[in-house]
Design a protein around this ligand. Structure first.
Ligand SMILES: NC(=O)C1=CN([C@@H]2O[C@H](COP(=O)(O)OP(=O)(O)OC[C@H]3O[C@@H](n4cnc5c(N)ncnc54)[C@H](OP(=O)(O)O)[C@@H]3O)[C@@H](O)[C@H]2O)C=CC1
Ligand SMILES: CC(=O)[C@@H](O)[C@H](O)COP(=O)(O)O
Ligand SMILES: [Mn+2]
Length: 432
């Protein structure tokens, strides 16, 4: 019998993290969890997981939550029990990501997951990657840091493609076809999207996921990010990556081969199989989920994407093709806009419109917004670079010039640029 794999679960309290816990508890002979990590906004849940999984380390981003976590662990463990080591602060997730576990699952949301992703790769762990943002913002930094096969995709579409490519005939691939649910607003025109609310945007047709990825599914930014993710993971050119709207999400994605054959991976729209495969790759564990039901009449539909109502995928292709810091700017501006949408500061259409403006400003350099903080260099001064996100006046650094600091400076610049645009538009509205 082989020894259980050691795991570190980053973002353990989230949608991906709790489903990973479910997989681990159902397969105790396959896995032991060494460490878990979260932001610290749900300490009772984190402490419960720490005890249920008997972990050695618990990491939280918020130092303010140390006392509450210590108390909760003491209460749950009982007198005399050995408590796990607690790590707290902005580097806590990076530290446990680098603890050398066999597999590190990155289920953190957002570009904050970049340094944990790099730490896991540097430690030689297999990276089960749900946190697509870290791959997208890091781009070639992440792919260059990974040995062949070291990143196992957990995102359902990319897990599907990896499964379709298991025969290893990548030279025969003609195109990748990513499926998209179309989100809760599928079929609406741009005009009809003007008044949709945050509560409506959070009603994903098939998946219960965190707030950011659910909102991104509604705007189709998620699919835009996934096109870039597919390019980076599988080395396929952008023009050979298609998106098709498939509302039932029973097919998770497909690979078309050069003889005209297409292999699709199917299953119910749930994340248990991609998560379990991420942890046990290349092996499949038995009885992880129930398969698609072929015994009753059902219809699977496929529709073209409406680029007019949902321009996020087109924009993502542009930033992906541009490379360098452009994908980081797209993602960071979107993270800010998602928060602003949920705060009620901007409308639904403003999310992608603002991201497009920030991307344009980044492409054009610091003079794009005369009189603004961006143009005056205040924003770039704040982010610790000389002028604009690239540290010079050119629109984008070459890939060779990328470093974690450059990417994170671009991310910070984009956040401040987006905040400024949001501020300008809400000021304009209050004056009118
Ligand atoms: N949910 C899904 O089905 C899918 C998700 N993904 C991707 O997986 C990732 C996670 O998504 P999801 O699980 O839905 O998100 P959730 O919002 O449900 O969970 C996010 C997790 O990240 C933690 N976290 C947030 N900030 C930090 C930080 N600074 N340091 C450490 N941990 C942090 C949260 O902790 P806390 O609870 O303390 O706030 C929480 O555990 C995203 O990148 C998403 O795009 C991809 C495909 C499917
Ligand atoms: C489950 C998963 O992988 C999500 O990223 C999913 O793709 C969301 O679906 P849509 O973005 O297509 O709505
Ligand atoms: Mn996905």
């Amino acid at each position: 019998m082989t020894a259980p794999r050691t795991l570190t679960l980053l973002g353990s309290t989230g949608s991906i993290g709790t489903q990973a816990e479910q997989v681990v508890l159902a397969n105790p002979e396959a896995f032991t969890v060494r460490a878990i990590s979260a932001a610290g906004s749900n300490i009772p849940e984190l402490a419960r997981q720490a005890v249920a999984l008997s972990v050695e380390q618990v990491a939280i981003a918020s130092e303010d939550a140390i006392d509450e976590l210590t108390r909760a662990l003491n209460d749950l463990s009982g007198p005399g029990a050995r408590l796990p080591q607690i790590l707290a602060g902005p580097d806590a997730a990076v530290e446990v990501a680098g603890n050398g576990a066999d597999v590190v699952l990155n289920g953190i949301t957002g570009s904050i997951g970049l340094r944990p992703t790099l730490a896991a790769l540097a430690a030689g762990s297999t990276l089960a990657l749900a946190n697509k943002e870290s791959l997208i913002v890091g781009g070639p930094l992440v792919t260059a840091a990974a040995a062949p096969g070291q990143i196992v995709p957990v995102d359902s579409e990319h897990s599907a493609i990896a499964q379709c490519l298991r025969s290893g005939r990548s030279q025969e691939v003609r195109r990748l076809v990513l499926t998209a649910s179309g989100g809760p607003f599928r079929g609406r025109s741009r005009e009809e999207l003007t008044t949709v609310t945050p509560a409506q945007a959070l009603k994903h047709p098939n998946f219960a996921m965190g707030r950011v990825v659910t909102t991104n599914s509604a705007t189709l930014v998620n699919k835009g990010l996934e096109v870039i993710e597919a390019h980076l993971l599988f080395g396929v050119d952008y023009e050979q990556i298609d998106v098709v709207v498939h509302p039932q999400q029973q097919i998770h994605s497909m690979v078309e081969f050069h003889d005209g054959s297409t292999i699709a991976q199917a299953g119910p729209p749930r994340m248990l199989v991609p998560i379990a495969l991420g942890l046990s790759w290349p092996d499949r564990l038995p009885d992880i989920d129930t398969p698609s039901d072929w015994s009753t009449a059902s219809t699977w539909e496929f529709h073209p994407l409406d680029d007019q109502a949902f321009p996020a995928v087109r924009l993502a292709r542009q930033v992906g093709e541009a490379g360098g810091t452009h994908p980081a700017v797209y993602n960071a501006a979107n993270e800010v806009c998602v928060d602003a949408f949920h705060d009620g500061t901007i409308g639904f259409l403003d999310i992608v419109d603002t991201v497009a403006q920030v991307v344009d400003a980044h492409r054009a350099g610091p003079s794009a917004y005369p009189g603004s903080a961006v143009a005056e260099g205040r924003v770039s001064a704040l982010s610790g670079v000389e002028s604009g996100p690239q540290g010079n006046d050119s629109p984008a650094r070459s890939v060779d010039d990328l470093s974690v600091d450059v990417v994170l400076a671009a991310d910070q610049w984009a956040r401040e640029c987006a905040q400024e645009l949001i501020g300008q538009s809400s000021q304009g509205e209050s004056q009118s």
